[in-house]
Design a binder for this molecule. Structure first.
Ligand code: ZN
Length: 275
């Protein structure tokens, strides 16, 4: 603490709450900064997967096309054989030869039918695959557009939050100077062991706003009196009176939680708390 001026307990509590208020805003920014890049990288992964699937589908379709052309050349071969056998039939010498040729002709006709059937089946498969491919391509272009706008959004948010973060950091440093060393140390210590990062809280419906354990009525009265710094018996967080908190964050705690949250968001968006 740089100032030599002796602070009243109420001033100490107000300064502590102010430090908490600024720190919580910085925590929120850090969470936001962590979540958005994740959304972008999830989308990038999805696009990568989609691209791989499209390549595989195209390979599959090529395989089917090869299959079709193989059957087509089989048919061509059979037709040539049939023509040759028919010519041979004209010059047939005996019954056995005639029967053998007729059998061959029958066989080649069956071969043609079989190949035609296989071509139809392959073409059906190809159509289905083509449809799936088109759908995947449409999805890919949608996801690409999605990614572009997410990236732009991320860039904007990063720029905006960086400015805000800088401003908040400066305010926080100033706020720290108004808090005693030992209180600062315990502030950091409590924050380290809590998930919500709250070291200074208010009473919420008769409970500690940090751990939600009941605050005895006698303690609640003492908190309201602001004659000493009082910590939650359960979690050790400093508990300040509502009016102390309101003097810092301008939130009316007699309003509904939804209304308080709405106000909080509005104040956060408009920024700038006077120091
Ligand atoms: Zn508590």
């Amino acid at each position: 603490m740089s100032k030599t001026k002796v602070q009243t307990v109420e001033e100490k509590l107000t300064n502590l709450y102010k430090l908490q208020y600024l720190t919580s805003q910085l925590d929120e920014i850090n969470t936001l900064k962590g979540e958005l890049p994740m959304e972008v990288s999830d989308l990038e992964d999805e696009i990568e997967g989609l691209k791989k699937r499209i390549v595989k589908m195209e390979e599959n379709i090529k395989e089917v096309e090869h299959e079709v052309s193989r059957h087509q050349s089989n048919i061509k071969e059979s037709i040539e054989l049939i023509e040759r056998y028919k010519k041979q039939l004209d010059n047939v010498q005996n019954n056995r030869e005639f029967e053998a040729l007729t059998k061959e002709l029958e066989y080649q006709n069956l071969e043609i039918q079989l190949s035609e059937k296989k071509i139809r089946e392959a073409n059906d498969r190809k159509n289905t695959k083509n449809q799936t491919l088109e759908e995947a391509k449409a999805r890919l272009s949608l996801k690409n557009k999605d990614l572009e706008s997410k990236k732009t959004e991320l860039q904007e948010i990063i720029e905006k939050t960086e400015n805000k973060e800088d401003a908040l950091m400066k305010k926080k440093l100033r706020a720290e100077k108004n808090v005693e060393e030992r209180l600062l140390l315990s502030f950091d210590k409590i924050r380290e062991r809590t998930k919500n990062g709250l070291a200074v809280v208010t009473i919420v419906r008769g409970t500690c706003g940090g751990c939600y354990n009941a605050v005895p009525p006698q303690i609640q009265i003492e908190i309201a009196q602001k004659k000493e710094i009082i910590a939650c018996e359960n979690c050790g967080r400093v508990i300040v009176a509502d009016d102390v908190a309101t003097s810092v964050d301008k939130i009316d705690r007699s309003e509904s939680p939804e209304e308080q949250e709405r106000r909080r968001q509005m104040i956060m968006a408009n920024d700038d708390m006077d120091d």
